[in-house]
Design a protein around this ligand. Sequence first.
Ligand SMILES: [Fe+2]
Length: 234
Amino acid sequence: MTAEPLNHPHVRYVNSIAELVCTPMCAGVNALCLRRSLDGDFTEVIRHLRAERGITTLDRDQLLALRVSDAGKIAIETMLRDQEELRAYGFDPEIDCINGYIGHDQQELMRTDVCSFHIDRATDIADTYLCTYAGASSIGVCHEDVILRAQVPAVRARLLADFGGADDESFLDYLRGNYYDMHYEALPAARTFSFGVGHLWRIAIDYPGTAVPPCIHRAPDPVDGEPPRLILIG
Ligand SMILES: [Fe+2]
C-alpha cells in the first residue's frame, strides 16, 4: 500500500489555505499539503447522489438539496467551504463524484489516461488543487524515479512507426501534439506516495518558466466494484 509522504523530499506541509495558496514552490518542493482530519459523512453524500458511471460535477444547489443526516450536511458544508475559499483566491475548483473512469484502451499506441502517471500542463502560471473526501486517493511519485513512457524503447518504436518519420524535432512536435510527452512509467522501487483522504493539496504543473519540476501523479486505477470517489479538483 502506498503511504502518505511524511518525510518526502518534494512535499512541504502548511497550516492554512492561505499558506497553501501563497507559499511559493521552490528548492525542489513541488507539492504543498494542508493535512486535515475532516468531520462529516462523505460516503453518505455519495450514497444519496446515486451517480451515473463516469464523472459527475456537482454544483452547490444540487449538494444542498440532498436530504442527508447532520453528518452528511457537515460533509457538504466542508466541500462547499473549500470551494468558496479557493474561489476567493481566484481559482475555480469543481467538486466531482467519480464513479469509475473510462479505462485504458489496450489498443492505444501509448497509455494516456488519468490513471497513468502524468503531469498537468498549462500555457500560463497555474497549479492543481486537489482533495479526496472519500474513496481511493490519488498517488504521486518522485520525479527522479520515473521515465517518460515515450522513452521506453518498445513504446518509442511504436510511436515512431505511427509518426512515420525520423526521431527529430518534428517527432517531438508529434509527441507534444498527442500529449505523449506528459505520461511516465515508474521505475522499479520508485518512491510513490498517497495524497490521502481529507488533505488539501496544491501540486506544481508544467507551464513556461516554472521554477520547479511538475508533480507527477495519477488517479487510482479503476477496480470493478470499487466505491465511488468524492473529490475537489481545479
Ligand atoms: Fe492530473
